[in-house]
Structure formats: structure tokens, C-alpha cells
Design a protein around this ligand. Sequence first.
Ligand code: FAD
Length: 359
Amino acid sequence: MLGREHRVVLVNRSYVYSYAPSFTWVMLGRRTGRRISRDLRTLSKKGIEFEQGEVQGIDPANKRVLVGERELTYDYLVVALGAQYSADEIEGLGRTWTYYHLEGAEGLQEQLPRFQAGRVAIVVSGLPYKCPPAPYEGALLLDDYFRRRRIRDDIEISVFTPESRPLMAAGEQVGGRIIEMLSQRSIDFHANARLTAVHHESNVLHFDDGHQAPFDMTIATPLHRVPDVLVQSGMAATGGWVPVDRETLATNFEDVYAIGDCTAIPLGDGLALPKAGVIAHGEAEVVTRNISAEINEGRPIWAYGGQGACFLETGGNRGTYVSGHFFAEPAPEVTMRQPSRIWHWAKVGFERLWLWRWF
Ligand SMILES: Cc1cc2nc3c(=O)[nH]c(=O)nc-3n(C[C@H](O)[C@H](O)[C@H](O)COP(=O)(O)OP(=O)(O)OC[C@H]3O[C@@H](n4cnc5c(N)ncnc54)[C@H](O)[C@@H]3O)c2cc1C
């Protein structure tokens, strides 16, 4: 959108980008990490400069970002540092399996073929967490995986979540349909289950109401926290997220915007806009269009409307599609399509398009 006289600089600690929606497929051996990863340095062919380094500090008053030892200056800053994973606050959480990062999904790819019988617990360890459908997709795909191996009768699958139903922000109907799908596949669903400890010696999960659940394999979401550097730079409070204007994604600092998982946008009723790539992308479109409109025409003209959609694999090469308007009043309007092969192939097509379109 901008002429060649402008510089666009992308800073990230790693030059490797991996496509998270495919991590469940990596877990099952249907994808390799290599196939779903790309080199961010190739963005230079679009004229984007890539700086590899750790963001150590942001100084919005002086329009500077400290990257390693170097200081970068900016006219406009878009903060998209995501959520930082942590396991410290729950005993034993750090030793559970997870497909919430690529290495974890690759570890499960190696481990799962050795699993012959027992109890698999899929645990949402805390709120908020990114991609609310992902734990349910994992459970449904594991059901399918063990059925294909003809050992499903020897395996119990359970999902534990602190939420009172799946995908809270999507409403009762969508949550209810997911619970129904889990039950049709004999997957136990435990709502309001707040994990307090994972005891690996005795293979028992502990919850805050005193409930205990034995397991043979636990697959958990890590705890999600705002990155430390954003607290240190005064952009977020400890235990909070970066506050933004929900339409423009402007922060409290001049010419600084924040998008994606590092932000929190309240929806009322104690709900928040889900942390998801589709949301981060929608927000990025608005912020970048507004920055270029401001540069080219002198004023921003776009507003983010809170739309979001997500594929949810249901097993057997089928999937569904959850989509809606999260800013709708009095409550978000979200619908879920009938599971079919179309949505599975749409997810496959989207993965290909995404990795081809941006790299
Ligand atoms: C298993 C799984 C499945 C998912 N499926 C979907 C899906 O189907 N649809 C969907 O919409 N979303 C999905 N998501 C969620 C989606 O991946 C995230 O919501 C999205 O990536 C958020 O984008 P972001 O830019 O805010 O953060 P990120 O993608 O996490 O990017 C943040 C970047 O900042 C870098 N960084 C952080 N701190 C520093 C620092 N101090 N210095 C330098 N670099 C730093 C990180 O390395 C990272 O590259 C899924 C996530 C998971 C884990």
C-alpha cells in the first residue's frame, strides 16, 4: 500500500514461521514441521526488511524499540508479540504433552504410535488460551486416530476445561453442539475443571474443587500470559493484556497499535474477543490500511468489526466451520456449520493458500 520511499521492518526472535492451525495434523503425523514452516527472510522479496532479534524494550515516548543491542526508531509501531507461554504456576504442567507449539506437536507425533491403551486427558490449563476450538479438535482427531488404529476401545479420552462450556464467546448453541459431538464419540467432557497440579509420579490430575482424575497421557494447553517486555515497557499491567481501542487497535501511546494475542478486547458479560489468527489478521488489515491512509491521505478510515471464523476438524476427513460477529449486541452472533468433508478440504486449501500467498 505504500511507496518505495517507506520502510516496513518486521522484527521477530526467530526467522522461522510455523502455521499453527496445522499443529494437530503434525501431532498425528499428517504433516511435518518442515512442510508447514517458512523462512521470514523471504519477505524481503516483497520489500519487507526482516530483523531477527529479541525485543528487549519498547520506549513509546521516544519512539524506539530495543532489539538485542540495537535501537530501532519508528514512525508507527504495530505490536504483535502474541502470548507468552508459562507453566510455572501449576505444579507439573511443564512436563505434560502439548501441541500448542511445533516442538510439542512433533514430540507427540513420535510418542502417539507407542500409546496402546490407557487414559488420555486433554486439559485446558487456564484462561484465556488461543484458538478456543483447538483442544476440541485435538480430542476429536485423537478419537479418529485411535479408531483407525483399531485400539479406541482400549482408550479413554477426556477433556477438562475451566470454562462452563466449549467456546464460551461463541454462545450456548455452538458450545452445546460441541459437547454433543464429544459425547457421540465417547469423549468425556468436564466443564468448570480448574487444574491445580499434575502429579506425574502417581499419574493424577488435581482440580481446585478437590476432584482428581487419573491419566496415562496428559495433553495440555500452556498458560498464556502477556509477554514480559510489554509489562516492562508500561504497555500492559502485570496479569493483564494490552488495552486497545476495539475499532482502531490504537494503544494509549501515540502511533502505537497492538494486534492479536497480546491484546484483550472485552465483549461484555465477562467475555473477551477470542485469541485467534483470524482475529489478528483482521486487526492487522485495519491497522495497516489506516497507517497507509494516514500517510497517503492524512486520515485513518477503517474500523475493525469483530468478525471471525475458524475451521474445526472433527475426524474422518470431516470438519466444520465456526463463524460470526463478536461485536454484535447484546451478544456475539456465532454459528457452526454441519460437519462435512467440504470444511476439511477447505482447511487443507486454506493452509496451502496461506503458505503460498505470504511467502
Ligand atoms: C494448536 C493451535 C491451533 C490454532 N489454530 C488456529 C486456527 O485454526 N485459526 C486461527 O485463527 N487461529 C488459530 N490458532 C491461533 C493463532 O495461531 C494465534 O492466535 C495467532 O498466531 C496470533 O497471532 P499473533 O501475531 O498475535 O501472535 P503469534 O503468532 O504468537 O506471533 C508472535 C510473534 O512474536 C514473537 N515474539 C514474542 N516475543 C518476542 C520478543 N520479545 N522479541 C522478538 N520476538 C518476539 C514470537 O516469536 C512470535 O513469532 C491456533 C493456535 C494453536 C496453538
